[in-house]
Design a binder for this molecule. Structure first.
Ligand SMILES: Nc1nc2c(ncn2[C@@H]2O[C@H](COP(=O)(O)OP(=O)(O)OP(=O)(O)O)[C@@H](O)[C@H]2O)c(=O)[nH]1
Ligand SMILES: [Mg+2]
Length: 257
């Protein structure tokens, strides 16, 4: 199965066997491979007019315009107009936090592969083909690991926090993971349809921890990370506190399920 994957620098975090559970993901892709016509790229957008044009142009360029783009938007600036100009589907939603927006964005489309990103130009859309290739190799979840290459563009406090979150999640799960709060991931649709969603700010960690502990084939994949365009929507202290609690709650919930 996916153990045969050999992309340099990849970190397989689960082979689906260490939990002793059967593989609910069904392992390898059978039949035809997915293309970008099978992919939805989704994001929450909240006053991201400085970045959204670049992000959507990058997605269009690398997918030849074949990926569907879904933005769940709570903005009061021109973000939704720019998104529509670029052909994205825009769903209006009162701003209620990261996880509320991203949950809606993930569940709205029906294509078989869904990729999340932030709309702040931090994530490398040019690496989307690598994510799709790993899904086609049989992985159920491909998680972008920002810390592998050092994440120098990340504020030092966030970087430290992200290392500590990954360490805590690893200890609680008994499986080593390296970046629990990344915004860039690819999922097979069946994974997100089976999720029991409970978190908001901590949604990203939840969407790594639950699939891993259910025995899905999850792989971390090193990504480049750029400095954010526009203002952050996350308060590092309040957000950090919420994420730490999410990791504890979700990991314990799954351990004692
Ligand atoms: N619709 C909607 N989108 C949101 C909300 N909060 C955050 N977002 C979006 O979710 C994504 C992640 O938010 P960020 O501010 O980048 O949070 P972060 O990545 O933890 O923080 P940075 O490292 O500073 O980028 C961005 O695209 C935001 O615009 C919200 O309440 N509603
Ligand atoms: Mg961000």
């Amino acid at each position: 199965m996916s153990d045969t994957a050999s992309t340099a620098g990849d970190i397989p975090v689960s082979d689906g066997a260490d939990s002793g559970e059967t593989d609910p993901g069904g392992g390898e892709q059978s039949g035809n491979e997915y293309t970008f016509a099978d992919v939805s790229v989704v994001m929450g957008t909240y006053n991201e007019e400085e970045a959204i044009g670049t992000v959507l142009r990058d997605i269009e360029a690398v997918t030849d315009g074949n990926a569907e783009v879904v933005c769940v938007d709570g903005s009061s600036d021109r973000t939704p107009e720019i998104a529509r100009e670029h052909g994205a589907r825009v769903i209006d939603q009162e701003p209620q936090g990261y996880g509320v927006a991203v949950r809606e964005a993930i569940l709205a489309p029906d294509r078989p592969v869904v990729v999340t990103t932030d709309c702040d130009d931090t994530y490398p859309m040019e690496q989307l083909p690598e994510f799709l290739a790993l899904i086609n190799e049989g992985y159920d979840v491909v998680s972008g690991d920002r810390l592998y290459h050092g994440a120098e563009a990340m504020p030092a406090l966030n970087r430290l926090g992200n290392h500590l979150f990954a360490l805590a999640a690893s200890v609680l799960m008994g499986t080593r993971v390296h970046d629990t709060t990344t915004g860039m991931r690819a999922y097979r649709r069946e994974v997100v349809e089976s999720i029991e969603w409970t978190e908001n700010t901590g949604l990203s960690a939840e969407l790594l921890i639950r699939p891993l502990m259910w025995g899905y084939d999850v792989r971390e994949h090193p990504i480049d990370y750029r400095e954010r365009a526009g203002e952050s929507k996350l308060d590092p202290i309040e957000g950090g506190d919420a994420i730490a609690k999410s990791i504890l709650r979700v990991a314990l919930d799954e351990r004692f399920r």
